[in-house]
Structure formats: structure tokens, C-alpha cells
Design a protein around this ligand. Sequence first.
Ligand SMILES: N[C@@H](CCC(=O)N[C@@H](CSS)C(=O)NCC(=O)O)C(=O)O
Length: 187
Amino acid sequence: MNTHVHADHVTGTGLIKTKVPGVKSVISKASGAKADHFVDHGDKIHFGNLFLEVRATPGHTSGCVTYVTGDADGQPSPRMAFTGDALIIRACGRTDFQGGSSEQLYQSVHSQIFTLPKDTLLYPAHDYKGFTVSTVEEEAAYNARLTKDKETFKTIMNNLNLSYPKMMDVAVPANLVCGIQDPPPKI
Ligand SMILES: N[C@@H](CCC(=O)N[C@@H](CSS)C(=O)NCC(=O)O)C(=O)O
């Protein structure tokens, strides 16, 4: 299940599909990418006794989603949220290219992530400082960007001065798009 697609990533889904027959790739419809299965905000992906709820969290890209473990009986407690690049521990995804919007990202995190129960475990896609997991309570208190008011957040995001991602312009074969590679690569 992919949280988003970005030009500097070559998704691992294609490789997993070659190793585990029957695996289906998932991504949001809003991502514009190709996959076996497309999801929208509010959808639930069931597996075994569990499910993940899809929450649209655009802003890093317009198609970003966060996957949240369900709140029904039998679901793990505390809940877990896989935030992709929307929320990074003590930070967040950049908003300066490919459909990024700091205004949208602020709204996404505050309405879809910070409203989850405060003990919800947060697992982002990236970490640059050695962290692996946080909680809603910690990020709502200590996130260096997202605890600010919206205008301050936008100013911070406009002045990150991050370097251009190294892999951004690496050519990706046209037939490799979000886990659909036809024919499959030889491993
Ligand atoms: N130096 C890295 C790129 C780092 C980077 O831009 N990371 C992105 C997520 S991947 S698009 C990001 O949103 N970072 C936010 C931040 O505050 O660092 C490289 O060259 O690959």
C-alpha cells in the first residue's frame, strides 16, 4: 500500500510483486499513478481480521494519503497511522514541488492526523534523525513546524532551502509505475 508517488522514488511494490505472487499494489486515485487498486478518502482496506482506513492528507503531493488502523473490535490498540511524507517526526514533508502546498498540508495534518486519539502511534515514511515512531500527543506538542499557526508554518515551509532530491531526475522506465512492471524485472 503506497502512501504517495514522487519522482525521486522508485516504488518497491514492483519488486514485492515479483517475489510474492498475488500481491496487489494500492495507491490513491488522486495520485495519478498506476496500480492494481485505487483508494479514496474513507475507504477501508481489509486484510485478515484487520483493516486500514484511508485518510486523504494532501500537501506534500496532491495524492498523499495516511493509512490508519481501524477502530473496530479486534483492531490493534493503540491505533497506528502510516503517514507517508505528510508528517515526519518533529517535521513534515516538503511542499515546494510536484503539487505541494503548505496550506493544504497544514490543513491535512490538523484535520486528519492530530484529531486521532492522542496515543495513536505515528510511523512516517522518512526519518533523517534516527527516530522510528512517535505519537499524536508528542507531535501535537513538539513538532517544530506543525505546532505553529498556519501563517508561521507557511513561512517556515517557504524557507526550508532544502537541496534538490538527488534521484529526482533519474529516468524511470515508462513501464515501471507504482508496482506495475510488465514484463516483470529479472531479479
Ligand atoms: N536530501 C535528500 C532529500 C531530502 C528531502 O527532500 N526529503 C523530502 C522527502 S522525500 S521527497 C522531504 O520532504 N523532506 C522534508 C525535510 O524537512 O527534510 C535527497 O537528496 O534525496
